[in-house]
Ligand binder design. Sequence first.
Ligand code: MN
Length: 176
Amino acid sequence: MPKFLHVRTDKKPYNCTVDQLSEAAKAKPLQEYEAKRDFTKTAEPQSTVPNSGETQIFVVQEHHARHLHYDFRLERDGVLKSWAVPKGIPKAGEKRLAVQVEDHPIGYASFEGEIPKGEYGAGQVIVWDKGTYETKVWNQKMVEVILHGERLKGRFVLVPLKKGGDKNWLMLKAKN
Ligand code: MN
């Protein structure tokens, strides 16, 4: 029978290995997001503020981390599905590598500011574009959306690459 010994105050919750986590914890969305951040130090949102409306939102954040990149986020299943696009959002006919990162809370869509030095993703975050979108296709082989933003409008497609692990996707803008 398991027996409680003492609280390991020398360890952080994310030092637990997966098999030590409860089923409830495994099912918790945003666990990876929260584990990577110290909310006593960063002003990034801690939990999801559910979107009240029916329309789904997207956001692109210009992130001046160690390497400048653009974070492309789509609201889906109560979180922001997220990809880091190192070379910027593609224009019509272009393709760009998009690296899938951990789901972010919905409230992150309006986050702007400085993530402090030493924290995960340290550097300036600016909302580069924001708006609503329609889903045309969303499955394991393809995500196709129509963006209605200030800068970004039209049909964008994300396709997972077979090479380079399951985090690497290709993002492209359709010509029409
Ligand atoms: Mn980022």
